[in-house]
Structure formats: C-alpha cells, structure tokens
Design a protein around this ligand. Sequence first.
Ligand code: XMP
Length: 519
Amino acid sequence: MTQIHDRLLIIDFGSQVTQLIARRLRELNVYCEIHPYQKVTDAFLAEFAPKGVILSGGPASVIDVDSPRPPSTVFDINVPILGICYGQQVMMEVLGGKVESGHGTKEFGRAYVTPTADKLTLLDGWFADTREQVWMSHGDHVSKIAPGFEVFGTSPNAPFAITADTSRNFFAVQFHPEVHHTPNGAKLYENFVKMAGFKGDWTMGAYREEAIAKIREQVGDEKVICGLSGGVDSSVAAVLIHEAIGDQLTCVFVDNGLLRKGEAEEVVTMFRDNYKMPFIHADERELFLGELDGQSDPETKRKIIGRLFIDVFQKHAGEVGGAKFLAQGTLYPDVIESVSFSGGPSVTIKSHHNVGGLPEKMGMKLVEPLRELFKDEVRALGRELGLPAAFIGRHPFPGPGLAIRCPGEITRPKLEILREADAVYIDQIRKHGLYDEIWQAFVAILPVRTVGVMGDGRTYDFACALRAVTSVDGMTADYYPFTHEFLGETATRIINEVPGINRVTYDITSKPPGTIEWE
Ligand code: XMP
C-alpha cells in the first residue's frame, strides 16, 4: 500500500530523550519513526524516503574511533536535517568541522542562549525575550564548525549552540529542544517541519481510514482472533479491526477470577451487546484459582497465570476454527528498538504477563494496528471510534490482575473482600473528581489480620493498603497526595462497608524504590 503521509526519520544514537522528539513531532501532526543508527543503511534510507531527518543525542563521544555514525548518504538526499547534541557533533565531524572533549566546557542543565546578528527561519518566534532558556547535557563540544555553516546562537559554554548551513537546510543545535526545560523548544520543531514541507496531516481521522485499509489488505477474507483484557489498548484495537472486517473478528475474553468488581459484565456488555462482535466469554475462574491455590511466591504466581492464559487462549481460539491472524494492542513504545550501549541483560524485576510467544506457538500472524501510536494517541483514536469516554480514561490494570494485589496466598474470600474494598475506594476517588488526575489507584489486601474494636466487640480482620500514583508512563511514579479528610473518609467507608477489613493504611512509596503493584 502506498504511504499517504510524509515521513520524518529520527536516527537514534541512544539518547534517554529520543522518544520525546517523536512526541513533539506527533503533537505537530507530523508522522515520524525512530530507528537505531545501525539500521539506517543506504537501502533503508532509499526505501523510507524521509522528507526530513533528525539526528538524536546520545551518550557516545564522536572522538572515539568506533563511535556511531549516520550513513554518509543521509547528507546527500537533499532533505532538511536537524542534529541535536550528539547529532550536532556527529554532523560537524562528518561534514568537516571539529569536536573536542570537556575541559571546563562540559555543561549539564539549564543554560541561556543569545542570538547572533543574523536571522534564521528555524528560530522564528525565538528570542522575543533576547535570550532563551535551553537544556544542555554534553561533555564534548564543537570547536570548529563545518564549511558552509554559520553561528546563529551562543551560550557561555557553547559558542556554537545553534548553527546552520542555510544553503542545504542543515541545522545543528547543542541543546535538547525536545525537553520541557527548553520551554520554547516545540517552536524549533514547528519551524523545522514547516521548512521541510510537512503538511501536518497526521490526524486520528486520517489514521483511522488508513489503518482500516491496511487491516483489510493484510487480512483479506481470513479470520482474526483478539484477546480482550478490558484494557484500553486491546479494546481500541478490537473496535478498529471490527470496523475494518466486521464478523471476521472474534474476541476472546478470559475471566480468570482475578478481575475487579463488575469488570467481566462491563466488558461483555460493551463488546457483545453494544458492538455485537462475535465474542467468546471464557469462564476459567476455577482453573486459574485452582492452580494458584496454596501459592504465595510472587514470581510463581505470575508464571502460573502467564502459562494458563496461553493454554486457555489457545483452547478457545481453536473454537473459532481456522483463524490465521492474532490481533494485539502493541503500542509504539513497545516497538522502538532502543540503542543499548551497555549491552548487558537488565535484571528481571517482575515477569510481566503478556501473550508474547503465543503467535509462534500457534503459527499465527499478527495484526497490530496500534504499533505506530503512543498511549495518548490510542486514547484519541478510541474517542474517534466512539468508545465511551469513561472506558477510554480507565486506569491501567495488569495482566495478572488482583493476584498481584493479594500478597501471600490467594483465596476466594480474600479476593471477594479485595474486590469490595477496591470498588469503594474507586467510588470515593470518582466522587471527589480525582480519577483523571491519578495514573492508577487500587487496594491491596495484606496477608495479616489485626485486632480492632467495632461497636463493643472485638474484631480480628484483614488490613488493606490503598495505593494511588501519578506517573507519565508507569516507569517512575509518585504517590498521590490525598488530603487527610479524603483518606479518613475513605478508611471509614471501607471499614463500614466491607466486612473482613478492620484497618486501612495508605502506601506513600514512590517508584523507585517501590514498584506500583505490590508484587
Ligand atoms: P510495576 O508494578 O512494575 O508496574 O511498577 C508498572 C505498570 O505495569 C503494570 N503491570 C503489568 N501490566 N502485565 C501488565 O500488562 C503485568 O504483568 C504487569 N505487572 C505490572 C502495573 O499495573 C503498572 O501500571
């Protein structure tokens, strides 16, 4: 299928903030992709046919012999190029300038850039205030600019903070315009994409049409199955695919007995009753809870759930008969191959539950219509497709469900208490209008009983912990600063309304050092 949108290529040299460049561009309705520099060969460039290129920052030093380089042809394809930090340095080195190391010119953090006399289109809207705050993070610096380049901005430690070769539309900046600490940075990107001729036509309406055409082309007359978790990603993927191929899609929803109160009914009503999709509601509560019986080790629980999920899914998928495709709600951050310079395996903190490995095992091909989207874009697509706002705004819920909110042994009575307490807590949060400010909120039931007094009697019931965090991507998180009134009122409600709990605590651990879930 022909590519409808102009594309911008971000060549990644391993900066921690490369994804932010993509975010800034998507906000300008420009379609872009991030690819590691090793992958960007001449053939790749020819096929990708970018209308503009950005060279990201990165931790390497261009002075090192084996430091990463873009293919030299990138400078011959006649499109505007913007080099950022390491991207600037590598551009200078390759095009005939010079880069030197440190010695008093290392710069990390806030800096101020002032303009030189000449005007540059890239800087339209800059320097209204004579100087601009920018974010620097570099050890090396450019000591001689390449032939054809001029200086358009300087900072005390970076005399070549902004340089350009206007005849070729090559731009190179030492700072990071993509981070929030460069408050006017978005404007640079806006000017850059305008100069490169991008129309800004990457909208959700256009994406929807394009994605539907792609799904039809990929799937033809074949059948597709989709594992629905009730989460936003798989739901949006299912509705989009259903719009493309109608009843060729069957959704499989596995009730593993570890869902929240009313969750199974909500998902069934939404997809089977409202959308009238072919739908398998697999009630596998006995199987999951049976195998989890007596298990208290967090990793063992996770592995059991992961294994059973694959078995069950496979069994029910068989009922559809001859499905050749498996749909998944994979998002762009899962797809980006980031550049790793350390090369070492990272430590497994938790074995995340997902259906990875399933397609190979089942000999199926994947349909992943959200592969190009970030989470907030998936939400925008969901709105475009008419999914209810409350559904789209739901907090993330982990694959292993309530199992990882029930430290120690999982029993049915404990799960029941947990469901009720969680429902009261979420109701409180909604009533106080706080739901959308919080990334995730839930109750964990603790494996201890404590003594209490209610009326004139002694109680000996479970303690629970409330958790609520703010976060951008779940990688780091802060506890939510509820008022004491809110916490007091919620504790009272839970103890009064949920038999089995007589003590409520609030978890004020951030991530790191904690994790969001308790297991
Ligand atoms: P942690 O607890 O690792 O969680 O700080 C970060 C985010 O990931 C979610 N989470 C999972 N999601 N399968 C998932 O689909 C899992 O196995 C899993 N474990 C944790 C968690 O809810 C939070 O949003």
